[in-house]
Write a protein that binds this ligand. Structure first.
Ligand SMILES: [Zn+2]
Length: 431
């Protein structure tokens, strides 16, 4: 048996026989508990600290009940756009990083070159917790990284940040955990914080998105299928000025089916990081899911990119009339409002929707004959500051109550574990 040894009796004939087994004295002990048990106690304690830190030490917020956009004015992000200064962008792509430990296939050079050959003006490399400096002297370089190493993929995209943060909550997150991370990652005026793929693994519920604030963007179109229309409408219906991003979230640059699926078109005065971020923060952009069968080769995609994609020519609000004009006819132009409900449907190269008193926001969802889907940012009501994204306040009473409970739980857990280990040792020594 493990931990037991036998003393041998040697007979004159040379035969050996076991004596009664006896217990080896335990040499290394601390407070009567073996070192192996201390290792188990320390591991358990570490796990308990992670759990208690996430669920008891995190600040508790005063979330206000969701309120739709209200006010007598309408914010239209496209009012003053210059359609000649439009940049095709992908902000979310992974290359090989962290010695291959994270999910990313292909070098930074390959990612850069492939996006350039698909006519993307801006193509970020956004590895996990790592800002790529590849080609950082190029005019169209924009620093980016993806934040989050938790079970449910609560991920954020951080654009134009100078530093990486490693703070996270690894277990399934509460709304307070999510809000705390958004508070910790707050961007400067020339930086952008966006929620990535909220529908992936149901990382952000519609309820979460009705409560959370302090971010500027949401990755509504992502990869081939992970789109987050409901989540976006949940945030907009709760009066959150969240503007969309459309990204590939590329993980394998050698897979033609993984690249050139989506793009964000940004109207910016110049191709600089601060101009691009400023345009995204104010909604002067739109998303496009590039149509196709899904079986295209990389060369097919290059040809399609060269031929040109459907474009927004204008979206104007004159009185109550919201009129959009496209570069080519659409098979469906849907105007969507509060609660994600379709308010009107048209087709053609242009369409007008007349806003009524019940409208809080209206966004256009446009489908083209080649199955491309264009998403426009919403126009929405406001009174004074349309783009106010205030963080909710922290509830100090609740926060400290939770923290005291957490400390008590930790003490009880540690004391109970040590006592159990001690008793087990005594019982084992008696056997
Ligand atoms: Zn992600």
């Amino acid at each position: 048996m493990a931990g037991e040894a036998s003393r041998m009796i040697v007979f004159r004939s040379g035969k050996k026989k076991d004596r009664l087994p006896f217990r080896m004295p335990t040499r290394s002990r601390f407070f009567g508990i073996s070192w192996s048990r201390w290792v188990l106690i320390a591991t358990g304690f570490l796990v308990a600290v992670i759990v208690i830190n996430q669920y008891f030490f995190c600040p508790q917020y005063n979330f206000t009940e969701p309120r739709p956009f209200t006010g007598k004015h309408w914010y239209n992000p496209y009012e003053d756009i210059d359609t000649l200064r439009r940049f095709k962008c992908n902000f979310h792509a992974h290359s090989r990083a962290w010695m291959g430990l994270t999910n990313g296939n292909g070098s930074e050079q390959e990612v850069w070159d492939r996006y350039a050959s698909l006519n993307y003006d801006v193509h970020c490399i956004s590895n996990y917790h790592c800002i790529s400096r590849f080609n950082d002297t190029a005019q169209n370089y924009l620093s980016a990284y993806e934040h989050g190493y938790n079970i449910k993929k609560n991920h954020y995209l951080l654009l134009n940040y100078r530093q990486v943060s490693f703070r996270d909550y690894p277990l399934p997150q509460t709304a307070h955990n999510k809000q705390h991370l958004i508070a910790l990652l707050q961007p400067a005026h020339d930086e952008l914080l966006a929620i990535n793929h909220p529908s992936l693994r149901h990382a952000f519920s519609e309820r979460d998105l009705a409560l959370l604030s302090g971010y500027q963007g949401m990755e509504v179109l992502r990869s081939r299928h992970t789109h987050s229309y409901r989540e976006w409408d949940a945030a907009l219906s709760a009066g959150k000025p969240a503007f969309l991003l459309a990204n590939d979230d590329l993980h394998d640059v050698h897979d033609a089916g993984d690249i050139g699926l989506n793009c964000t078109f940004v109207f910016a005065p110049a191709l600089t990081a601060s101009d691009l971020v400023q345009a995204l923060r104010t909604g002067r952009s739109y998303g496009l899911r590039i149509g196709g069968s899904g079986q295209e080769t990389f060369e097919d995609k290059q040809r399609k990119a060269r031929a040109g994609l459907p474009a927004l020519k204008s979206l104007l609000l004159r009185g109550d009339s919201l009129t959009l004009e496209l570069s080519e006819p659409a098979s469906e132009i849907r105007f969507i409002g509060q609660g994600g409900i379709q308010r009107a449907r048209h087709q053609g190269v242009s369409a007008t929707y007349v806003l009524d008193t019940n409208d809080t926001y209206v966004r256009a969802h446009i489908i083209f004959p080649d199955s491309s889907v264009m998403l426009l940012n919403p126009v929405f009501r406001y009174n004074q500051e349309p783009l106010l994204r205030q963080l909710p306040s922290i509830n100090p009473g609740k926060t400290w109550l939770m923290r005291i409970c957490g400390v008590l739980l930790l003490i009880i857990y540690l004391a109970a574990t040590v006592m159990l280990a001690y008793r087990l040792n005594i019982r084992q020594n008696k056997i």
